[in-house]
Write a protein that binds this ligand. Structure first.
Ligand code: ADP
Ligand code: MG
Length: 318
């Protein structure tokens, strides 16, 4: 006998994952068939990404379902912002340890609130049972042909920019683990990372290379450096961080991930356009420059001196 509070698979999908989501006019067929069908847009390219979050690795298993859903969808949607994409929709694969109504209601509400904020249509998914909660979300969106913001386009002489403060979510982690239900203070930044969906699109004609910072500023900067065959040199004191410059927490701020701000490079000729954007996006900061490839892919400088970096500079699963 199933628990009266728990729901069967198809009832669950119908009730929580089939209505109330932003609808895209490009969606011909969404939840309910074997595949979703999306009409292609002339002169646009489809960009796609998938992101998985595992309970007790990416979020505390005991966190409120609303917060788990918000964070999962925001983190997945961040990859669209990083490419400068116009959001279209997402698929959700969820493995659940149970199917309790109250939990699902809150999860579905969090998912809808986040999806509607970014105009992401729920296109379909997969629902399974497992010992631990695992959430995989694939997202997709459009970019005008040839204009996606890639990691391998940084040019020597570019400025380096970040879209807002780094390190809030990393510094929140200790509090979040102690009290997973709190959204006070820094925990807000952990559960509701401020995805730069609009700014990402505005950067399309301005930026050369771009990515979202999910594993720590320095480690992620190395990805742009390696893909573009350049060195990214940061002016350490110019990086907007949650902790005071060179305080112990400062290293944690620039090494920690989870803020999902954008890191991008742009020609110095774009400084005027970017300073105009700073009036609306006040966190936008110029933090360094792109050099011809040196021995180190990423350098931090202060008073013209290169700071030595800690050995492990960001998050890695293995
Ligand atoms: P199939 O057997 O073809 O894989 P399913 O029986 O697993 O399809 O799912 C039925 C329908 O419900 C499909 O359209 C699928 O995309 C959708 N679906 C299943 N789980 C979810 C979910 N968690 N969120 C959104 N849609 C879902
Ligand atoms: Mg099928």
């Amino acid at each position: 006998m199933s628990n009266p509070q728990s729901l069967a698979e198809f009832a669950l999908i119908r009730e929580f994952f089939s209505s109330g989501f932003a609808r895209s006019t490009d969606t011909i067929l969404g939840v309910g068939d074997d595949c979703s069908i999306i009409s292609s847009r002339a002169d646009f390219e489809l960009v796609q990404s998938i992101d998985t979050q595992v309970a007790d690795i990416h979020f505390p298993a005991s966190a409120p379902a609303y917060l788990i859903a918000q964070r999962a969808l925001r983190c997945a949607a961040s990859d669209l912002a990083a490419m400068g994409a116009i959001p279209q929709g997402f698929h959700l694969a969820i493995s659940l340890p149970h199917s309790e109504r109250e939990w699902l209601e809150e999860f579905s509400r969090g998912l809808k609130d986040a999806a509607n904020q970014f105009n992401l249509d729920l296109l379909g998914g997969d629902t399974t049972k497992s010992k631990q909660l695992v959430i995989s979300i694939s997202v997709q969106g459009w970019v005008p042909t040839g204009s996606a913001l890639r990691r391998d386009r940084a040019q020597v002489g570019d400025d380096i920019w970040v879209t807002d403060k780094i390190g809030l979510a990393a510094l929140a982690l200790a509090d979040v683990l102690k009290n997973p239900a709190t959204t006070d203070g820094l925990a807000q930044a952990y559960y509701f990372p401020n995805i730069q969906m609009e700014l990402g699109q505005l950067l399309r004609p301005l930026a050369h290379a771009c990515m979202d910072i999910s594993d720590g500023l320095l480690q992620d900067a190395a990805h742009i450096a390696k893909a573009s065959h350049v060195t990214l040199q940061f002016e350490a004191a110019a990086i907007p961080t949650a902790a005071a410059f060179l305080h112990a927490d400062w290293w944690h701020s620039i090494g920690g991930g989870d803020d999902y701000q954008l890191l991008f490079t742009a020609a110095p000729t774009q400084r005027h356009a970017l300073s105009t954007l700073q009036q609306r996006f006040t966190g936008l900061s110029r933090v360094g420059q792109v050099l011809a490839a040196q021995q180190q892919a990423v350098q931090l400088v202060h008073n013209q001196e290169i700071l030595s970096l800690p050995e492990q500079i960001g998050f890695q699963h293995f």
